[in-house]
Write a protein that binds this ligand. Structure first.
Ligand SMILES: [Zn+2]
Length: 319
């Protein structure tokens, strides 16, 4: 097949050659892929642009001018301006506790804006979300949650506490082998900002080693207990090969625990790119109960639950 260009090929040089995106020229994205070095045209009707909001998704049918190859390519280009406020509500908090929580949320958002390479609260403005589960594993709730996710064909992201992983290695292994992500959440669930530099380094070392001993890989994504982190913690994480991932939607399954309320938080607040916080330690039976309805509801809204690696376009494990 010989390609028929839709518009003349532009001669503009690529702004970002390796990623494939060149430049918006009129209503046409001009693309070039490293390795191919072939200019190509894209029908603007296939291009989905969220300008001004941050991330840009384009799904484009394109034709290489010299090969006439027609295919569909999807790429995500990170733009630094899509930051979600952290949402989620519980009626069961005192005014004082709520005020503290809101202050923490403001601080976390500022950190995410200030340290974009080190900490993330949410993914891009595309119809994907990540279901994340902290504080496991245990031998009942974590397996139950993983089985539900597997039944729905959804990948979950589990932030496990290192010392608990050592107590339940078979659960960690089963979660990993089912295709879910096994990530680190400190060794003893301490407040990491209270540790001295040596203690912090040791904590990362022990957590990474505990997980490596079970699955043969070290996580590249990490979440601090209580979301308690500062620049020192972010840098210690980076030193251990991990990016810090917080969340943008708190189901408050630790405060107002009923399954219906957990689902209500997600239904009420969920946005594109959401990172949804839940828990999978023993005692989180209501979280496990909330999952089927939550997944079905997200899918009805055409939001795909995916692993954090896919949402953030970052590797889950160190290579
Ligand atoms: Zn935790």
């Amino acid at each position: 097949m010989h390609a028929v260009p839709l518009l003349p090929i532009a001669t503009t040089e690529p702004a970002i050659a390796s990623s494939g995106v060149l430049k918006l020229h009129s209503r046409v994205w001009l693309l070039r892929f490293s390795g191919h070095n072939a200019g190509c045209m894209v029908r603007s009707s296939y291009v989905h642009i969220n300008r001004g909001k941050g991330f840009v998704l384009f799904a484009a049918e394109m034709r290489y001018s010299n090969f006439g190859v027609k295919f569909l390519e999807r790429r995500l280009i990170m733009n630094k301006n899509y930051f979600l406020n952290i949402e989620g509500y519980s009626e069961r908090m005192t005014d004082e506790a709520r005020e503290r929580l809101l202050q923490w949320r403001d601080k976390a958002l500022l950190q995410a804006k200030r340290h974009t390479g080190l900490v993330r609260l949410n993914g891009p403005d595309t119809p994907k979300v990540a279901l994340t589960f902290d504080d496991g594993p245990d031998d009942s709730i974590t397996p139950m949650i993983a089985e539900t996710l597997t039944r729905y064909g959804v990948r979950g992201s589990f932030f496990f506490v290192g010392s608990r992983a050592q107590k339940h290695p078979e659960v960690v292994k089963a979660v990993y082998e089912a295709g879910h992500l096994v990530l680190g959440h400190s060794y003893n669930h301490d407040r990491l900002t209270t540790l001295d530099p040596d203690g912090l380094e040791l904590d990362f070392h022990e957590t990474q080693a505990a997980i490596r001993c079970i699955i043969g890989k070290e996580p590249a994504l990490f979440r601090p207990p209580f979301g308690d982190a500062d620049e020192t913690v972010f840098r210690a994480a980076a030193q251990a090969g991990c990016s810090t991932v917080l969340w943008s939607l708190d189901t408050l399954d630790w405060s107002q625990k009923e399954a219906a309320h957990i689902g209500w938080n997600v239904d009420s607040f969920v946005r594109n790119g959401e990172i949804i916080l839940m828990h999978s330690h023993s005692g989180c039976i209501e979280t496990a109960k909330a999952l089927p309805h939550m997944i079905e509801s997200l899918q009805r809204k055409r939001l795909s639950p995916v692993g954090l690696d896919e949402l953030l376009d970052m590797p889950a494990y160190r290579s």
